[in-house]
Write a protein that binds this ligand. Structure first.
Ligand SMILES: [Zn+2]
Ligand SMILES: [Zn+2]
Length: 142
């Protein structure tokens, strides 16, 4: 579990957004920050199954953290919300996600620049208020 120092840091981040730093909320945020891929509510609930929190509490924590801007919610097209921690200011711009068309695994991709500044494109694209999903086979399925 979290080291003392890490826990204090998480508590500070949650409180700075005006949320109460409950143990379940801190555990959810810690788990997402340690993960290098977005996690669904089911993934998070399974990982925290040894704790006494029910799934509804964990779901509420995820949505609270998303509304507070500590976590981003993404739907890669399978109608499942996945959550990932935003680790710094730079992260506020959405990075693309890779989705395996065979097994459905989702991975984060490094940020790519959309070269649309002069091209004809909807305003949302130019302002980067879009999500980019790249589809193909993951290493395990290729
Ligand atoms: Zn796959
Ligand atoms: Zn991601």
């Amino acid at each position: 579990m979290a080291s003392r120092q890490n826990l204090d840091e998480l508590r500070g981040m949650v409180r700075a957004k005006g949320l109460r730093a409950t143990p379940s909320r801190l555990a959810v945020l810690e788990l997402l920050r340690a993960s290098d891929a977005p996690m669904s509510h089911g993934d998070v609930a399974d990982r925290l199954a040894s704790q006494a929190w029910d799934r509804a509490t964990i779901y509420r924590n995820l949505t609270d953290l998303a509304e507070a801007g500590l976590v981003r919610r993404t739907d890669v097209g399978d109608h499942v919300w996945r959550f990932e921690a935003l680790k710094d200011e730079h992260e506020a711009a959405a990075h693309p996600h890779f989705v395996c068309t065979e097994c459905g695994v989702v991975e984060c991709l490094p940020e790519i620049e959309l070269a649309v500044r002069r091209a004809k494109a909807p305003r949302a694209v130019k302002q980067r208020q879009v999500e980019v999903h790249v589809r193909g086979l993951c290493d395990a399925c290729l």
